[in-house]
Design a protein around this ligand. Structure first.
Ligand code: PGA
Length: 252
């Protein structure tokens, strides 16, 4: 049995007051989350400490950051390190989101450094892969995703790889309202698992692979019904507790 995970990526949204309210609303709706489903909220950095206080010693929901530095510590103005995140009860970190790759120039090389630091500080990476529209239209999507996997995840030791969560996010589906069909998601998730099995063998059977890109209450059940779709990475719909909880409640 693979882990089932629904992770919310708040991106650069919410003031601290709005963020606290959102956490409180999620906490009061946790009875809607089926047993065995882990809920993760990736708040902005500034909200992690207050969110950790509200969550207290509950294991679910868990906190994630949306990024971390590719350096351990020191003179890197404006950066937040993996050890800092671990010190505020953060247990996961999203790495390689397409917005970080596109707007902040994060390469696979930088992402490998970040992943290694995250793992060294006991943070579980949620590593994002995915193709842009033109790559899908020219049938390059499998090639693009395989290089993202080969250059980052396949470089890890098996013990580290075991802790990784993958998120397949077709860039053309992010924030566009255009979701991949569940067939497209399943096809890519099965491809990702088989590709990872080429390096890590049986271990890839346990890797949670989440789908991201305009996932919402109306399409989550269909996506999650597919054998290799182990949950979702949710952007826009994670900013409404009701929608986020409804998505988490969509597992059969
Ligand atoms: P979306 O974003 O759900 O708003 O499409 C997903 C993501 O970027 O993680």
């Amino acid at each position: 049995m693979r882990e089932k995970i629904v992770a919310g990526n708040w991106k650069m949204n919410t003031t601290i007051g709005e963020g606290k309210k959102l956490i409180e609303d999620i906490l009061s709706g946790m009875d809607r989350v089926p047993a065995g489903v882990t809920l993760i909220t990736a708040t902005p950095f500034t909200h992690l400490c207050p969110a950790a206080h509200l969550i207290g010693d509950r294991r679910n929901p868990a906190l994630a950051a949306q990024n971390c530095a590719n350096r351990e510590s020191g003179a890197f103005t404006g950066e937040v390190s993996a050890s800092m995140l671990a010190s505020v009860s953060c247990r996961y970190v999203i790495l390689g989101h397409s917005e970080r790759r596109e707007y902040y120039g994060e390469t696979n090389e930088i992402l490998l450094e970040k992943i290694k630091l995250a793992l060294a500080h006991s943070l579980r990476p949620i590593f994002c892969v995915g193709e842009v529209l033109q790559e899908r239209e020219t049938n390059m999507h499998f090639q693009v995703v395989s290089s993202q996997l080969r250059e980052v995840l396949c470089q890890l030791d098996p013990e580290d790889f075991k802790k990784v969560i993958v998120a397949y996010e077709p860039v053309w589906a992010i924030g566009t309202g255009k979701t991949a069909t569940s067939e497209q998601a399943q096809e890519m998730h099965a491809f990702i698992r088989a590709f990872l099995a080429g390096t890590f063998g049986e271990l890839a059977q346990s890797t949670p692979i989440l789908y991201g890109g305009s996932c919402k209450p109306s399409n989550a059940a269909e996506l999650f019904s597919r054998p290799d779709v182990d949950g979702g990475l949710i952007g826009g719909a994670s900013l409404k507790a009701d929608d986020f909880l409804a998505i988490a409640g969509s597992f059969a």
